[in-house]
Design a binder for this molecule. Sequence first.
Ligand code: ADP
Ligand code: ZN
Ligand code: ZN
Length: 817
Amino acid sequence: MSYFIDVILPLPLQKRFTYAVTKEEAGFLEEGMRVAVPFGKSKVYTAIAAKIHQNPPQVYDAKPINQILDRSPLVTKHQLKFWAWIASYYMCAEGDVLKAALPGAFLLESESIVQLIKDAEIDETQLKDEEYLVIEALQRQSSVKIQEVMKILDKKTVLPVLNALVEKGLVVLNQEIYEQYKPKKIRFVQLNPVYYNEAEMHQLLDDLEKAPKQKEALLSFFSIKAQHKKPLKVKELSEKSGVSAAIIKSLVKKKILEEYYEKTDRVTFKGESSEAGIQLSELQHKAFSEIKTGLQEQDVCLFHGITSSGKTEIYIKLIEKVIERGQQALYVLPEIALTTQLIERLRAYFGDKVLVYHSKYSVNERVEVYRHILEDSEKARIVIGARSSIFLPFVNLGLVVVDEEHETSFKQFDPAPRYHARDAAVVLANFFKAKTILGSATPSLESYFNAQHHKYALVELNRRYGNVLEPAIEIVDIKTKYKKKEMKGHFSDKMLAEIKETLNVGEQVILFQNRRGFSPVLECNTCGHSPQCPNCDVSLTYHSHNNQLRCHYCGYHIAMQKKCMACDSSEITTKGFGTEQIETELKSIFPDYKTARMDQDTTRGKYAYEKLITAFEQEEIDILIGTQMLTKGLDFRKVNLVGIMNADNLLNFPDFRAHERSFQLMLQVAGRAGRTKKRGKVLIQSYNPHHQIIQQVSMGDYAGMYKDQLEERYNYKYPPFYRLIRITLKCRDYSKTNEAADWLAIGMKNVFKENVLGPEFPPVARIRNEYYKNILLKIPQQQSLGKTKQVLQRIMESFKAIGTFRSVKVVINVDPI
Ligand code: ADP
Ligand code: ZN
Ligand code: ZN
């Protein structure tokens, strides 16, 4: 009798591969264990055993495996089933899913590079001889290849040794090592409340006659506090009063001033929600009960709660119930919304039952989180993570929360698997017979449609926590303002007045400027030429801080030009404006206030994003200018004004979702205002103040927006009425791109008729010297999705068999965003 296993290799192969195993191996192996297998000419990969059987492959001789790498399965049956679903639904290889699903450290291969982890604590007595040899080699040289390890150990089967070292947290593979971000603590001082009493205060000042320096420091403290109400840093007090930090220290010692750290203070809700637990408000409690009832009948509940209604608190209560039953809970949210803020909130409540899974975390942390979940450990009751956390090895999942479910970043764009984490999460939950909650203040049309058609339960919460009113939204007609000369740069007089007023009372301002297609480009007034990227079909954008013209697609850049490159005229101007220009203007109008910018340029560095958020929380920044990054679920306490610099560009974006997206974006940024006690204010500057969407935003009219947009979607055959599959062809050769696209489109039109659109060049038709062309397939509701994909797959196979098209890359995107 011969034995075989089908394995999933971490490669984009259409099929599983079969290998031969011995009887003993077959007896030991379980589905989901890792095996090292030879593949290709001389490479060795880590693969996952997906099926153990006795049927030899038909068309090739099965090679034997190198060895078994696990004692027990690393991948669960649920995962294997889930991966297969993802691969089939999103039309990609299981190998693509495997690579997205497992932390890289689990997938040793012959090409892997091994490095020692900095600061790893090496206890030599805990190392086996072979492990010790590898560590010793790594202490001499910074990295070694697997091949070298084979030489060092004088054998071929080195993966188990390396795996053991990975598990011990001593080495990493192929990865940069991330350190975790810890916001620095800042010391602040406040007056000991004892001295709020006037008599005590007089007594104190008398007592301090003998310590003039201390008295001086105290008087400075009062005068600074009289000017603004912001928390006062020890450093600032020392600078402004001219007394040394030692003097301030002695005031603290005498218990006249008290020191505190912003880090503990910024978890403001700690004070608000008592240690005994969160007390839901009456309305929150109602929503909580409705969700529970809803989930008795349905598997999915859409929770439509306005910004700051306290959705997080309700999730916490629901999660609590699930873990009381001994189950695991998964809390998925967009990467950028996965802030220290939220993690601390959950940890404050659940303590060390919370694990975080984040691409920015180190390999070892990810491996550790993975293991804890697989072992169903006490530490892994609640997992918070970005979209890839749906791939974790849950064994006992009871609830999935997808927060900010409308976020388009839940859809992976590149590389495959191009999955939508929200939709996939619903499927995942179903495998476990678990429930899913989709939460948002501005639900996606698709989810709301499902709720309206009773596929999902629907719960709405229309009041902010603490009965704070929703921000008052006002629209500023900048067309008129320009005419009347009431604009200063890109700011209306109204906007400037509101900013000034907000800053005067010590509160903060957020300004939103969408960058998409809106950065300044250079244009010649004489001939109209604007400098283009040589590799992509886009204009270069102007960056003032380094005086460069840059391409946002490929990074190409040249120095800023003084003359037109086409006609030599020096009459050139920058057109359009981005966040950078807004910041420059602000700095000259409000020189005394601190401004900062949050966009792709300023958040590129390690932790740059977290640092900006912390600085803003700690009120080191008065005005924060940013792109859509700002919209993601941030909870700032002192923001009372939000300004949207220009609403029109969002609305004019050529995409069937542009209006829905604009509504969501504007309402989400608006939601950053006035989250505590006072009602916040939002100003929207626009050339089209009567635009339907802007009106709907100003009234928070989700229902109106939904109705209008749904009608459009119906008329133009878009989701949720039709499903979409987008096929993108890419090639360096222009005419080949066209030819291939035409061939494919004709093949598709033969079957799907008028439901095939294109081929068409996208708005940016060339990126990094590759031409792009799209074909869109629309699938009516009554047409079987599975069959459609089968037919499409067959057409793709004929396409791939054509030799001349070999250089054309094809990307299939199911449910593109
Ligand atoms: P959402 O996610 O709906 O925008 P949050 O959950 O962030 O809203 O809540 C907004 C603010 O109100 C947070 O600072 C939160 O701590 C506070 N909050 C909400 N509900 C409660 C509650 N029941 N008890 C105490 N604080 C609450
Ligand atoms: Zn010119
Ligand atoms: Zn370019």
